[in-house]
Design a protein around this ligand. Sequence first.
Ligand SMILES: [Zn+2]
Length: 92
Amino acid sequence: MYHCAQSTERQHAPSKKAPPPKKRDKMQMDTFTCHGWLHITLSELDNVAYVKIDHRDDHIPYVPIDIPDDVKELINNNPKWTPTQVWHNLPY
Ligand SMILES: [Zn+2]
């Protein structure tokens, strides 16, 4: 089962025992009570995939917040590269 990346339910509730979160320089993604999930069932007996999806809120689209601008540029300039090729050509 896959959950909507922006689902509030997907976010971990802060634990009282956990240490305070480390200061990060990345943005916090907005979340919504969309109850979004996708479930795909495959059968060995036939070639049909059964797909169930639920998403109850037409919220703003997901926007990647973890990819640095120079890596986005690398990907956009090389759309046929595989993820491995991108990985081996990272500017770091
Ligand atoms: Zn959602």
